[in-house]
Design a protein around this ligand. Structure first.
Ligand SMILES: [Zn+2]
Length: 95
């Protein structure tokens, strides 16, 4: 799929052969208010979101299916670690 002219958010790069495999889990009930610090373009079936709250952060993955949205999340990291993983995800070094 080609990026559309009106796409404002980033698209994830194709995963590299030796990419880090993230552990995707069922979403947890957030104890703290969570804010989105970054997100990928919704023109793709899979949308990733960097969520921060309570001094921790994680990545949320939403699969946009015709039957509804399927949501998974990584475990919680420090904000610094989560941002590094987010950069890796966008560049194809993590998925
Ligand atoms: Zn797009």
């Amino acid at each position: 799929m080609f990026p559309l002219d009106e796409c404002l958010s980033p698209h994830v790069a194709m995963a590299q052969r030796d990419h880090v495999r993230l552990d995707w889990r069922e979403p947890q009930r957030a104890l703290e208010r969570v804010q989105s610090r970054g997100w990928t373009c919704a023109c793709r079936a899979t949308v990733y979101e960097l969520c921060e709250g309570g001094g921790q952060a994680f990545i949320r993955r939403t699969l946009q299916l015709e039957t509804g949205h399927q949501i998974h999340e990584t475990h919680r990291w420090s904000i610094t670690e989560a941002r590094a993983t987010w950069t890796g995800l966008l560049s194809g070094r993590a998925r």
